[in-house]
Structure formats: C-alpha cells, structure tokens
Design a protein around this ligand. Sequence first.
Ligand code: FES
Ligand SMILES: [Fe+2]
Length: 369
Amino acid sequence: MVVLAAHFHPVMRSSRLRRGPVQALVGGTAYALWRDGMGTPRALLDRCPHRHAPLSRGRVRPDGRLACGYHGWHFDGNGDGQSPTVPELTGCTATAAQLVDHLGWLWLAGAGVPLDRLPKIEADGWRFVDSYSCRTEAPLHVVVDNFAENEHTPWVHTRLGWLEKDASQVQIDVRCHPDRTEVRQLSPQRPAAALSIFGVRQGDKLRNEWVTRFSPVHNVHTISWHDPDTGEARPFSVRIGFCFVPETDRRTKIVAFFFTRMEGRTPLPRRILGRLAYFLAWKELWDDARWVNHVADTQLGFEGMRLTRFDKPVAHNRKLMDELYYDSRLVPEASLVTRPRARPVSEHGKPETDAASFSAQPPKASRSG
Ligand code: FES
Ligand SMILES: [Fe+2]
C-alpha cells in the first residue's frame, strides 16, 4: 500500500479522542493517537522504536506521555522517548505525525506538511451543520468513481436527482484541469415530498456542481434548485465536502462535511431545516456506500469497459489521482515513509514504473489549487 503522509486526511472526530491511545489507519499505515497532558491531540507511527510493538496498545501516563504497553518506553508528542529500564539510552525516538483539529475532525499528515494543504471545504456564506462518515469495503478508486459521476442517480438514489425517463434532459459539462475536475450538471428534480419542506417544488430543476481535488482526494458538491421557467432560485441550497480516506487498499472511509445556505423566509427555523437536510443527505450517502461495496472488485484500468459521456470525470480523476495523490515526491523528508510503494495498475494493465520506496526529496508546492 502506498504511503500517503503528504496529505491531511480526516481520521477521527475530535470529540471521539479522549485520552487514548487509539489506532488510525491511512494508506495501510497505522498511527497511535492520544491527547497529551495539555489535551493536545498527538500522533505517532504505531510502532515502538524498541521492538515495534503497537503504541496504540499502550497507555497515556499521568504526565501525558504515551507509554508502550510492552516494556514501558514512553514518548512525548514529538516522538522523543525514554526507556525506564535503560534511562541513559539515546535514540529512543518514535516517528511523529501532525494531528490538526479542523471542522470537528482530527486531520493527520506527516511532519512538515504545511497547514495550507488542509482542503478548503468551508466557504463564506455557508453554515456548517455537521459531519458524518461511513466506511466502505472498497478501494479508493471505486469510491471516488461513484462520487465523480451522476449516471447512477435514478437507480441508486430515491430522493435527490433525476428519474430514468428524464435522462435526455440531463445536461452535463465537464472541465478537466491539471489540478482538478469540475462538473456542472443540470437535471430535472424527481418528485420528492421530503424536499418540499425546503421550498423545492414539483418540476424544479436541480443544479449540482462539484469539484474534485487530490490532496487529499476530496470533492465538494454545491446543490441548488430553481424554477425551470423563471429561473428563480429556491431559498435553500446545500454544500457537501466529501473526503475519501483509504484506510487500506480494500477499505475506504468517507467523511462528509455538510453545509447549508438559506435565503429569505423559511417555513421552519433554519437550525431545524439544517438538521433535516443533514439527515436526508446522510441517507443519500448511505445509498452510495451500499453500492460501492457491490462494485468493490472493479479494476483500476478501463479495458473492456464501454464508457459514456457521464464517465469523463471518472477518467480524469483516475489520471490526477495517480499524478497528484500517489506521487511519492510530495512526501516531505521528515514524514512517515516506511513501506515500499506499490503503485496502481495503469490503464494498460501493467504496473506503472517501479515499486521503489521513498526517496527523500523536497516537497513540491501543493497542486491542489
Ligand atoms: S516494544 Fe515498546 S517498549 Fe519494547
Ligand atoms: Fe450518488
């Protein structure tokens, strides 16, 4: 599995980390998370420098240091360690990672990764409601494919989006940039009684615009409705940022950050409407997650597939994911590279280039824009 310490990944709700330690997985690499004596979240590679016991099986001492459960070596948040039985021993250093609290989640990255690589999911004018997450038993590319296209809408979803009979009315515009994929889609909104409380009316048009970026792999959807004749916008719109965290090469966690915007008078208090919308969006995510598990064995290449115009963003995402996300040259020198790298199989079915382990090169500037 590749090592993905060059990007910030949301690994755990901040409120779920008490003292710890607990284990988090990113790219097949395990980290031990805990809170130090000041309550600051900390992360170390989950491998004691003594004999490689998992530090997540240890305990947090009263002074806030993380102690290995096997022979008691203990570490601060920078990884500086000490052996209690051989206190004069030097070089007892565990590998530290960054753990940043943002939007209610703990985001993990290798030491030295600049904070401006945190993805820009929030935006002015949008009210953050809450986040939700689910785990899929599918590789990263399968999950990202699902969130790149909308052709599955009539069959996978039950409220949001268009019906099969309206397929000819779906307009889609895909822009392939060197650092992102942009999609604008306009379609009829299917009849959905649940949406009427948000001011969506029968026959409305649905506009869904999403941008996918790759540090980490995430996309942000902006969803709104309007009158098809007058173009008048409905007062309620939604913004959802989906982050895709490959915990292993067969398991991907989806973390969604949910925002709303309401203009003018609303039939219910905005806080209540926001919560209701959050619940409906969670149901839609659940439909997606259920389906990606069914297609988990989908190959990484496209040979033998008959792609449609809806799949254009899928293809561009795959290309950028390889260039921008799996690129080992993005990994800062001081970060957590410990395993040989096995790159994805190319479109031609052969492993691309070598399986070289990390070479310490300076980080490139972020290409996530
Ligand atoms: S393996 Fe951790 S102290 Fe020995
Ligand atoms: Fe979907």
